[in-house]
Ligand binder design. Sequence first.
Ligand code: ZN
Ligand code: ZN
Length: 106
Amino acid sequence: MADALRPNDPSCPLCEAARITPWFHEDDICWIAECEICATPMVVWRAHGTEPATDERDHMMRHLADVAGAELGDHWVDGNMRNIPDHFHAHARPAGGFFGPRSKLA
Ligand SMILES: [Zn+2]
Ligand SMILES: [Zn+2]
C-alpha cells in the first residue's frame, strides 16, 4: 500500500496534477483525468517514479478499466510513457484507435 508520502518532483507536470481537463477519479494512490493531448482517460500514480508496487498497479488498472469502460466502451491500455517517462501513468485508448473522441488531433 501507499506507505509514507513519497517526494514529488516540482518540475514534473504529473506531480503538479493540474486540473485542466475533466477528472474522473481520485484517491490516495492515483488519479484519473482526461489526457490533455489524447483526450482519453489517463491514470496517474500519486508518487513520482516508475515502479509502483503490484497492489498499487492493480489498483490503478482496476480504476482505469472502470473509467474507460464508462467513457470509451471497448478499449486497450497503453502503458507507453512517451512524454513523461519518469512518472508512472497509463492511457486507456479506444479499441482500434489512439485518440479519444474529443481530441483535436484525431
Ligand atoms: Zn495522452
Ligand atoms: Zn512526477
